[in-house]
Each structure stands twice: as structure tokens, then as C-alpha cells.
Design a protein around this ligand. Structure first.
Ligand code: ASP
Length: 327
């Protein structure tokens, strides 16, 4: 009897929760949504998130508030969303680090492929190899010679293991076969402050964080990591042109929800993302920052799921080959 009662109780609970999910999916969103950015405010991921969140808020009729949860190369913020309630009110905007950290970290607080649902791809951002303004080398070739000759004193900023700046910095050190001292920050927003202040020498960071300073002449730019030169900085060579064969990387960004978020909610967010990516203001601002909105077909749950899976597979052998992991 007790068991029967308990079973009946359970059935009722399931029914209530289904009802709640169904009702909330139809009327979603009814209140403010939190978009977790797993890096500091003022950095490149934050910039992309705030632009898209503002536009999506208009479409959804509810405010999307950005919350910066930086640290451990983006894995703290991702973990925060993985354990949030799957109701569509806590969402994550993360980049390529979502894929690389799956292999880079020996232990994560979440299962990358099992802990999230997908909303869609947002953008793919090129990177730039930059240095403090008064750093001696004038071009990429002399930068390589200089850092090889001064490997014990040159410092490279990044946003922690798993960050895009970490990935690009590792690619640089591996390409020139010279390990350098890295300085981790909670995001490249604060790292840029130190680069401007001359406390750190070199950084590889996304154009969404470096364009303004490059144009203003407050930092030195050596190369872009895109296959072609960028319209907004035509005088900066590609890394391949400037002497680093195969050195190409684009930092793709996507929006995720916790596992178990109703499909209708993810679809609603996806539709809203598609509207935001067609917003003239978003497109214009992205163009000024050297990037572009993802095509509509990629701003979908299926496209982001496929991208994450293929990127985990793509980076795993590279990271395993380097044999350096974080705990
Ligand atoms: N995207 C990070 C940030 O917003 C930086 C990084 O990944 O390197 O600070």
C-alpha cells in the first residue's frame, strides 16, 4: 500500500512537472533570462554576448541580463549553467573553449556532450597576435626571432586553460617550438588592461577585443589568424603570409541551455537568435569588430550540436599530442 501510494505520488509529481514544462514552454519567456558569459566583463565573449542579448531581448519581450562568471578558462561559467534549472531562464554563451576544454581538463564538473541542450551558433571571430605598444619587434618575423632569443623573459597573457587566447598562444609556441611564460586572467578584458599598461608582453586575442586598440595604435598587431586579410585592418598580414604556415583559427561561439530544457524553449531562443543575427545594428557592429553573424542555417540547435561534436573530435588529437592537461 505504501509503495502504491508512493507510486501514485510519483505519477502525480511527474504529471505536475510535465504540465509546468508544457505551460512554461508555451508562454516562455515570462521573466528575465540570465545569459552566463564564462569570462570577464569587457572582454571579447562579453562583447558578442551583450550585442546579441540586447537584440534577442527585444524579440523575446523579456530582458536578457549578462552575468560574467569567469575563471578556469570558461569551465566555471559552463559548470554553472550545466547545473542550473532546465527552464530556459539560465543560458550560456560560450566559444570554441567548450570543445577544447572537454579534452584539456582531466576532470570537469560537467559532461560536455551530456549536460547541455543547444540553441545555435552565433559568430566566428578571427584572432590577432598582438603585443604591448613599445614591444621591440616590428613584424611577425622579428617577433619570432625576438621571443626565441628572449624566451625566459617574454610573457604571454591568456584567459586560462581552455580559453581561445590559451589555444592560440599554445599554437604560436608550438609553431615556433619555444615555450614561454603564460599569465592567466579571468578573461582577456583584464588581460588587455595589463597589455595596455605594459605589465605583460604578448597576447593572441580575438578581433572583438583588439580592433579598437589596434586602430588607436595603443597596441602592436603582428598578424591575423583568418585565411584572408580583414577589411577593417588591411595592413595587418595573415599569420600564414607572415611566416607561420597553417596558422589559421576562428573562434566560433554558440548558445546553450542546461540538459532537459524543453525543445520548444530552445527553438524559441533559436528563432530569437536568428532575428538578432539579422539585426542591422548587430551586423554593423560585428563588421566593425572584424566578424560577421553566423548564417541563419547555423543558428539552430542541430547545427551547434554538430559543430560541438566535430570540434571535440578535431581538437582531441591535437591536445592529446601536446600532452598538457589541466586538473
Ligand atoms: N573569450 C575570452 C574572454 O572573453 C578570452 C579567451 O577566450 O581567450 O575574455
Amino acid at each position: 500500500m505504501k509503495i502504491l501510494k508512493a507510486m501514485l505520488g510519483m505519477t502525480a509529481a511527474v504529471a505536475v512537472s510535465l504540465l509546468a514544462n508544457g505551460a512554461s514552454a508555451q508562454t516562455y519567456p515570462e521573466r528575465t533570462i540570465t545569459m552566463v558569459v564564462p569570462f570577464s566583463a569587457g572582454g571579447p565573449t562579453d562583447t558578442v554576448a551583450r550585442l546579441v542579448a540586447e537584440s534577442m531581448s527585444k524579440d523575446l519581450g523579456q530582458q536578457i541580463v549578462v552575468e560574467n562568471v569567469g575563471g578556469a578558462g570558461g569551465t566555471l561559467g559552463a559548470g554553472r549553467v550545466a547545473s542550473a534549472s532546465p527552464d530556459g531562464y539560465t543560458i550560456l554563451l560560450h566559444h570554441i573553449g567548450m570543445a577544447t576544454s572537454a579534452t584539456l581538463y582531466r576532470k570537469l564538473a560537467y559532461d560536455t556532450l551530456g549536460a547541455f541542450e543547444y540553441v545555435g551558433l552565433v559568430t566566428e571571430v578571427p584572432m590577432t597576435i598582438v603585443a604591448r605598444k613599445d614591444f621591440e619587434p616590428a613584424d611577425l618575423k622579428s617577433l619570432i626571432e625576438y621571443v626565441k632569443a628572449n624566451k625566459d623573459s617574454v610573457t604571454v597573457a591568456n584567459a586560462g586553460i581552455g580559453a581561445a587566447s590559451h589555444l592560440c598562444g599554445m599554437m604560436f609556441m608550438s609553431a615556433i617550438q619555444t615555450p614561454l611564460t603564460t599569465v592567466p586572467y579571468k578573461g582577456t578584458g583584464p588581460a588587455m588592461t595589463d597589455l595596455l599598461g605594459g605589465q605583460v608582453d604578448v597576447m593572441c586575442d580575438q578581433t572583438t577585443n583588439t580592433t579598437k586598440q589596434i586602430k588607436g595604435g595603443t597596441i602592436k598587431a603582428y598578424a591575423v589568424t583568418s585565411p584572408k586579410r580583414l577589411d577593417i585592418m588591411k595592413d595587418i598580414p595573415t599569420a600564414v603570409e607572415a611566416g607561420l604556415p597553417g596558422f589559421e583559427v576562428g573562434i566560433w561561439h554558440g548558445i546553450y541551455t542546461p540538459k532537459g530544457t524543453p525543445a520548444e524553449v530552445n527553438e524559441r531562443l533559436s528563432k530569437s537568435l536568428q532575428v538578432a543575427l539579422k539585426d542591422q545594428n548587430v551586423a554593423a557592429r560585428f563588421a566593425e569588430l572584424g566578424t560577421a553573424p553566423s548564417p541563419e542555417a547555423d543558428a539552430t540547435p542541430a547545427a551547434l550540436k554538430a559543430k560541438l561534436e566535430s570540434e571535440i573530435a578535431r581538437w582531441k588529437p591535437v591536445i592529446d599530442g601536446a600532452g598538457e592537461y589541466a586538473d
